[in-house]
Design a protein around this ligand. Structure first.
Ligand SMILES: Cc1cc2nc3c(=O)[nH]c(=O)nc-3n(C[C@H](O)[C@H](O)[C@H](O)COP(=O)(O)OP(=O)(O)OC[C@H]3O[C@@H](n4cnc5c(N)ncnc54)[C@H](O)[C@@H]3O)c2cc1C
Length: 377
């Protein structure tokens, strides 16, 4: 297993029920890249069709994992309000509502008055269309990650940090893996769960790339001059608010506000930092619709959301390169979809049947499909 973010540890845990697993992580600690930088939200209705199926199938699995692995509750309810303020946003939100009307946990349209009653910080007179996903939650991403690591070790898996994979060579019966300063491992199967670096790992193995694009996204925690405004008049918590085209989102974090400008800047894989312009844009966009007086930044960070062109994850091997399995392209949903995706991914790697509670055809996640759009990436 290459990569110790949520992708690597979750599928490693599932595979360890069937195989001996060694997880190799380049950094000296796990989960310091995308996984440690998320907005920690579980949001039904987020993403394309395959991702939505995975998010929905993950919900009962979060509870089972917490129980099995002795983790605290991983999901804590916080509804999400989708909000459209212009023509484009209105079209997008109406299209999403129509497309997802019959899906589990679908968002329900609210009148602008109802939406503002749920979230009084939104300025009156600007909101055009709104909807609410009542079943959205905050997600304890670090507790989930740690639970998977614990479970992996309980199943006999081995985790090696500060052990970058530097070379991969096909040999009879599998792969020779060069890692760390001078380590060599032999394995029948390699799983490439290296997040934004997944195509670089494929390159080391002489396996065709997926055309994965790492996109930088920024998060800002801003001070709110009057934190009392972060509760409803009756003292209730505000929902998270997401602009219909994800041009920004915000949610209260204690007396502060966590916000993002919804940026998607193509960058090279790496330890990305926020661009001050994106920080300013986040404040400007959320200030425009709330008037909360957002000026002062408590902290900010950026991370990578990596996608192939159709924005569905990639799970499995190219037919010409059996034994080299991708587990990549989780984009902006790698944590909220992790329990189901890991269970499905493990079934694909060992050649088993997909779990019955995950109604997805593995072919829709296979690398082969990226042939159709590689030219567009
Ligand atoms: C700002 C932001 C907000 C987000 N919000 C959410 C959210 O609310 N909900 C949600 O579900 N998702 C969210 N996401 C997406 C989520 O964080 C990602 O989908 C997920 O973390 C990807 O996990 P990963 O394990 O693939 O990648 P990573 O966590 O980046 O892990 C990949 C690992 O591979 C390692 N690696 C790379 N090269 C090598 C090598 N040669 N040898 C060994 N190891 C190597 C890296 O060091 C890294 O630790 C967000 C992402 C961002 C950036």
């Amino acid at each position: 297993m290459i990569g110790g973010g949520i992708a690597g540890v979750s599928i490693a845990f599932e595979l360890a029920a069937h195989r001996r697993v060694t997880l190799l992580e380049a950094e000296s600690s796990l989960a310091i890249h995308s996984t440690g930088r998320s907005a920690a939200t579980y949001l039904p209705g987020h993403g394309g069709p395959q991702v939505r199926v995975l998010i929905n199938a993950s919900r009962p699995r979060f509870a089972r994992l917490a129980e099995e692995l002795g983790a605290p509750a991983l999901l804590c309810p916080r509804p999400v309000l989708w909000a459209a303020f212009d023509d484009h946003g209105e079209q997008k939100l109406r299209a999403d509502l129509a497309e997802q009307a019959h899906e589990p946990d679908a968002a329900v349209e609210l009148s602008p008055e109802e939406a503002i009653a749920r979230c009084p910080v939104l300025r009156r007179g600007m909101l055009r269309v709104a909807a609410v996903t009542e079943t959205a939650c905050d997600l304890d991403a670090m507790a989930l990650h740690q639970a998977y690591v614990r479970g992996l070790r309980q199943r006999g898996g081995c985790v090696r940090v500060a052990t970058p994979v530097t070379g991969l060579a096909p040999v009879s019966g599998g792969w020779r893996v060069h890692c760390g300063s001078d380590g060599v491992l032999h394995t029948a199967d390699v799983v490439d769960a290296a997040g934004a670096w997944a195509d670089l790992i494929a390159g080391l193995a002489g396996v065709p790339a997926l055309g994965l694009r790492p996109l930088r996204r920024t998060i800002v925690v801003a001070r709110v001059p009057d934190p009392g405004r972060l509760r409803t008049p009756s003292g209730g918590a505000l929902p998270m608010v997401v602009e219909a085209r994800e041009r920004w989102y915000f949610k209260a974090e204690g007396n502060n506000l966590l916000l993002s400008p919804g940026d998607e800047t193509t960058v090279e894989p790496g330890d990305v930092r926020p661009d001050p312009l994106d920080v300013a844009l986040a404040l400007e966009r959320v200030e425009a619709v709330t008037g909360l007086g957002l000026r002062s930044v408590q902290s900010s960070w950026a991370g990578l959301r990596s996608f192939v062109a159709d924005r569905a994850p990639v799970v499995g091997a190219w037919p010409q390169h059996p034994g080299f399995h991708f587990f990549a392209g989780q984009g902006g949903s790698g944590i909220e979809s992790a329990p189901a995706l890991a269970a499905l991914g493990a079934a694909i790697v060992i050649g088993g049947s997909p779990p019955p509670d995950i109604p997805l055809n593995p072919a829709t996640l296979a690398p082969n499909r990226v042939h159709d759009f590689l030219g567009d990436v």
